[in-house]
Write a protein that binds this ligand. Structure first.
Ligand code: ADP
Ligand code: MG
Length: 697
């Protein structure tokens, strides 16, 4: 076997391991649970636990842990050893079905947004057998869902699993009326492209802002940024390439099919994309990918930055969430085929997505909101904060035909001639690329491009699944009652195109004109995270989540609180860090520099030579004025942070104060510091600059 063949999935209790190690009946029963979403039999769990334990121990594993994704956005684990004392001073290694199925971590330290009163600290983790167990750092990790004593979801996985069931149910109803009798499940698939930055660990350690907040809070523009566009797809530097190679190998062991890697637009920025898989597994894998990327970087003396905007003025990082729906018998429901105008099924699923995105744009917006992403969305480097859909020429044309009475033709993708006879003529894609669209149709899937690089992709996907489940259910309601299904399909397509074409935009999403045009069309432009969070308690959104059993009203309310609190805490940490750096590092450094200028003037004058000291004098005046302004802005920010902290009561008001007061004042402080950086001697600047960070690896 090839090396890759040997290591791929070697740390995963996957299908082939199960087939090999489980008794036939157990394997069949477990497969049925996984493939058909049936309830799990405890007797089956007992046998699986035994096989898992034996497999893990053979690989040198001593501990097991339930691995879950609380609302902190990172993964959590609590390790227990397999050891069980036998009474004669010896131990045996045990792992029961009960331990596999259920865990009871103390939940009191995880955010619950008021769901769980502090006296009720119990939380439960439940085995998600649809995502395979794996070995990481000598522990057997069991993917689990995390909920409260009363059954409310305290994590990101539970609503995702619920939404996958909801979408499958509604999609099946539509498929049945359209004559499909074979499909038994519809699965949403995801391939997330992950962007990240790599910096040298030695330099990172000298930047408190990177350590505490993940982004630089100060830093003047380097003389060279990304303007030459010489980094994008550029050849990989040796150190980076060694790093990427090890990341790939670690991911392959975990059964994660890391496939493409390349340099991104910004200096020191890169991207990793896996081959798509089931949403649930893709989400788990993306969490693991981020963890592996960070860990492996340290082994190479590097640090992996996943923050959405580590460097001002340089493109930040996002996650392109490629999403589609497929049947268990292998049909991609968003595959248009050669003649999409005749492909009724495709058009129904396509328009269901269009309607969902238009009606629930606010829910999608908040699913891509986090404090870091506020620096990107709408800043002409990432999609605007306006949710719109790019369809491309061919589909646009078909929708226009539908609106004008019925689609009768599909513009075909022609052959693209490169003009060199030795190069092959390439078939042209039916859709060109549009990098400026937040939600782009890319051939047989949609690419949701607003998702933040550091976040779990769970919310983006459970939102997508739920809102599309809703529009599919509305379509199914009508089709099931229709006397003539085909006629009703045409009516539905016509209505959706007419009522929701406003959300389709094929032009440049970065342009000023689009902002004005979108406003005319009545599309929401929700600029900040804080404002977007309101969507979580909007009546229409509460209803859709409740109707499809994805999140109850109480669960939505708790997520609203948690999101606001997370915003507040993040900005508070940033502000305190900025103050600390400004007071303890920048201010002393610039005073030292000013003193040296003054000393220089005095020394020269003392010689009695009539030399021109105007350069020193002018610089001293300029530096002193900026230093005074810096000192003043420190006081202003301090006052703002104090006031913000005192604003208890309404969480929304407090978060809004952090955004529109504290955050703005951090900007003013930074402006002074960044100007000072360009004036003072590099030797006295107290930490590595953008130049050092971006161009040293
Ligand atoms: P690009 O950078 O051109 O957008 P990449 O090849 O880097 O493209 O990433 C495309 C991603 O989309 C990959 O992760 C790929 O596996 C994924 N993808 C392809 N088909 C589907 C599908 N049917 N459902 C979900 N994701 C898909
Ligand atoms: Mg992409």
């Amino acid at each position: 076997m090839s090396k890759l063949g040997e290591i791929f999935g070697s740390n995963v209790f996957n299908d082939s391991v199960m087939r090999e190690r489980l008794p036939k009946a157990t394997y069949k029963a477990l497969k049925k649970t996984i493939d058909e979403g049936l309830a799990l039999d405890p007797a089956v769990a007992e046998v699986v636990a035994g096989a898992m334990k034996d497999w893990a121990i053979e690989k040198g594993v001593t501990h097991f842990t339930h691995w879950f994704q609380p609302m902190t956005g990172i993964t959590a684990e609590k390790h227990d050893s397999f050891i069980s004392p036998t009474g004669d001073g010896k131990v045996i290694l045990e792992f029961s079905g009960k331990e596999l199925i259920k865990g009871e971590p103390d939940a009191s330290s995880f955010p619950s947004g008021g769901l769980r009163a502090t006296f009720e600290a119990r939380g439960y983790t439940a085995w998600d057998c649809t995502s395979p167990a794996f070995i990481k750092d000598g522990s057997l990790c069991i993917p689990t869902a995390f909920c409260s004593y009363t059954g409310e979801a305290l994590d990101k996985k539970t609503p995702l699993l619920r939404s996958m069931e909801a979408l499958s149910k509604q999609a099946l109803r539509v498929l049945r009326v359209l004559g499909n009798t074979t499909t038994s499940r519809v699965i949403t698939t995801v391939g997330p492209e992950q962007e990240y930055f790599i910096v040298d660990k030695k330099l990172y350690d000298l930047r408190k802002d990177l350590i505490f907040t993940g982004r630089t809070l100060f830093g003047a523009k380097p003389p060279k940024g990304q303007e030459l566009e010489d980094h994008y797809f550029g050849s990989l530097k040796e150190r980076i390439s060694a790093y990427m190679k090890e990341v790939d190998e670690e991911l392959w062991k975990l059964g994660i099919s890391a496939k493409t890697k390349h340099n991104e637009v910004a200096p020191a920025q890169h991207e990793l994309a896996p081959i798509f898989t089931t949403t649930n597994i893709a989400t788990d894998h993306n969490q693991l990918t981020m963890e592996v990327m960070k860990k492996v970087a340290l082994r190479h003396g590097l640090v992996c930055l996943l923050h959405e905007k580590p460097f001002a003025g340089i493109n930040g990082s996002g996650k392109h969430n490629n999403w589609s729906m497929g049947t268990d018998d292998g049909v991609n429901l968003l595959e248009p085929g050669h003649t999409p105008h005749e492909n009724e099924q495709f058009l129904v699923f396509l328009t269901a997505v269009i309607k969902a995105v238009d009606e629930y744009a606010d829910l999608l917006r908040v699913s891509a909101a986090n404090p870091g992403n506020d620096h990107r969305l709408g800043a002409n480097e990432a999609p605007p904060a306006i949710v719109s859909i790019f369809l491309g020429e061919q589909l646009q044309d078909i929708l226009e035909q539908i609106e004008n009475g019925g689609a009768t033709s599909s513009k075909s993708g022609s052959l693209m001639k490169i003009g060199v006879s030795t190069l092959p003529a390439l078939p042209k894609d039916a859709t060109d690329r549009n990098r400026t669209s937040p939600f782009a149709f890319t051939g047989n899937k949609f690419e949701f491009r607003m998702v933040p690089s550091s976040s779990s992709i769970a919310q983006a996907n459970f939102t997508l699944n739920t809102i599309v489940a809703e529009t599919l259910s509305e379509i199914a309601d009508r089709l099931e009652k229709a006397a003539d299904v085909n006629e009703e399909v045409q009516k539905i397509l016509f209505e959706i195109v007419k009522n929701h074409k406003r959300v389709i935009f094929n032009g440049n999403g970065y342009s000023e004109e689009w902002v004005a045009e979108a406003e005319k069309r009545g599309l929401p432009n929700i600029k900040t995270t804080v404002e977007s969070i309101k969507a979580l308690i909007d009546e229409k959104n509460l209803k859709v989540m409740e109707k499809h059993g994805v999140l109850s009203r109480v669960e939505m309310q708790s997520r609203y609180e948690i999101s606001l609190e997370h915003y507040i805490k993040t900005i508070n940490i940033e502000a305190l860090t900025a103050l600390n750096i400004a007071k303890k590092q920048i201010l002393p450094a610039v005073i030292k520099f000013a003193t040296s200028l003054a000393a220089s003037i005095n020394t020269i004058k003392a010689t009695g030579i009539d030399a021109d000291v105007s350069a020193q004098a002018e610089l001293l005046t300029e530096v002193s004025a900026l230093t005074a302004s810096l000192k003043k802005n420190i006081a202003v920010l301090e006052e703002s942070v104090e006031k913000a902290a005192s604003l208890h009561g309404d969480t929304y008001e407090q978060a809004a104060f952090y955004r529109f007061d504290v955050f703005e004042k951090m900007g003013a402080l930074r402006a002074d510091a960044d100007k000072l950086e360009t004036l003072v001697d590099k030797e006295v600047w107290p930490f590595p600059t953008y130049e050092d960070l971006l161009f040293s690896v």
